[in-house]
Write a protein that binds this ligand. Structure first.
Ligand SMILES: Nc1ncnc2c1ncn2[C@@H]1O[C@H](COP(=O)(O)OP(=O)(O)OP(=O)(O)O)[C@@H](O)[C@H]1O
Ligand SMILES: [Mg+2]
Length: 264
């Protein structure tokens, strides 16, 4: 199995604070992997470095075998990677389907792939293609009935779903999701994970997902879990291996008071 993502010796300092210290891990193509760890252990910062939003202090990042360490976010997106953010940022005065049709606010510009597509196809044909893709994405997420709802009327959980849908519109080969079910009610959160599992199995996409709640992710069918603690990787393993690892249990017990799992 070749790697979709390879992170080697990643370090990120903010002034005197070391947020990420020599983190190394890889995610194989077609894998569904969880990234977990207590509050403030460096999960989002790791994503921010991988996606080019932050320049790492040191370390190397490879995406599908290409050196992405010094690339800009749009260049990284062109390698086939898309990410979501911990705080969803939808266009509130638009419908769900309209949200899927515009590029995410404050994220990436339109990709070279989209530019090429618009040059190859007449505008109306390209638009019709995107519209049908948007409906397909809502079908995949099992929420086609939400297409014409105003985004401002959605619950927090439904907004998270639309955010995932929007990230799928770029047809990523590697999807990084930052706490996509934080604050989402249990049944819907499980449905989101089920659908992601199905997506991985059916399309061969690679998914790396940050989740705060360890008890929850242990039961969601991910292939592997990477556990971070205090800026480093504590361990990696199958859900069973993680469940039985003493260091993990201790890290989580130590952080029990702050691991509420709600949306911040
Ligand atoms: N832009 C920034 N400037 C300064 N410090 C930062 C910045 N971003 C993150 N940090 C700090 O780096 C550390 C790691 O933060 P990060 O957001 O990566 O943690 P996390 O694991 O995603 O936590 P959470 O579970 O709360 O989302 C924290 O101490 C945080 O305060
Ligand atoms: Mg975070």
């Amino acid at each position: 199995m070749s790697n979709a993502l390879e992170v080697s010796g990643l370090r990120k300092e903010f002034g005197g604070l070391v947020a990420v210290r020599e983190v190394s891990f890889s995610v194989g193509e077609g894998e569904f992997v969880g990234l977990i760890g207590p509050n403030g252990c460096g999960k989002s910062t790791t994503f921010n470095c991988i996606s080019g939003l932050l320049e790492q202090t040191s370390g190397r990042i490879e995406i599908f075998g290409e050196d992405a360490s010094e690339l800009r976010p749009d260049q990284i997106q062109n390698l086939g990677m898309t990410r979501t953010f911990q705080h969803t940022n939808l266009w509130r005065e638009m419908t769900v389907i309209e949200n899927l049709l515009v590029p995410p606010r404050g994220q990436f510009g339109s990709s070279i792939r989209e530019l090429a597509r618009s040059l190859l196809f007449p505008a109306n044909q390209a638009e019709a293609g995107r519209l049908s893709m948007a409906y397909d994405v809502l079908d995949q997420l099992e929420v086609p009935h939400m297409a014409h709802n105003m985004t401002s009327e959605l619950s927090g959980g439904q907004s998270k779903l639309v955010d995932i849908g929007r990230s799928m519109m770029g047809e990523p080969r590697l999807l990084l999701l930052d706490e996509p079910v934080a604050g989402v009610a249990g049944p819907l959160a499980m449905k989101i994970f089920n659908n992601l599992r199905k997506l991985v199995d059916e399309t061969g996409i690679t998914v790396l997902i940050i989740e705060h709640n360890m008890d929850f992710i242990l039961r969601q069918g991910v292939d592997r879990i990477i556990v971070m603690n205090e800026g480093g990787v504590l361990m990696e393993g199958t859900p069973d291996e993680v469940r039985n690892n003493r260091a993990v249990i201790e890290a989580y017990l130590g952080a029990a008071g702050e691991s509420g799992g709600g949306e911040e």
